[in-house]
Design a protein around this ligand. Structure first.
Ligand code: FES
Length: 68
């Protein structure tokens, strides 16, 4: 099972191994033992990855999740 964590006021954290396909069809590989940090705030200049801009923007995202 894939485990995705929502960092408080930060990115989605997803443990590898995994593959991410960008909008152009490029496959970005995250190796086992590595963690991908995917932008959750929308401010990253390196989407889909987090580049730390959530901190500079003082983005808040710590609400509890709701079961879909
Ligand atoms: S979550 Fe870090 S830049 Fe968006």
């Amino acid at each position: 099972m894939t485990d995705i964590k929502c960092a408080s006021d930060g990115p989605y954290l997803i443990a590898g191994p995994l593959e991410i396909t960008d909008p152009q069809g490029n496959v970005l590989k995250i190796a086992e033992g590595k963690t991908a940090a995917l932008c959750r705030c929308g401010h990253s200049g390196n989407k889909p990855f987090c580049d730390g801009q959530h901190k500079a923007q003082s983005w808040k995202g710590s609400e509890a999740g709701k079961q879909p």
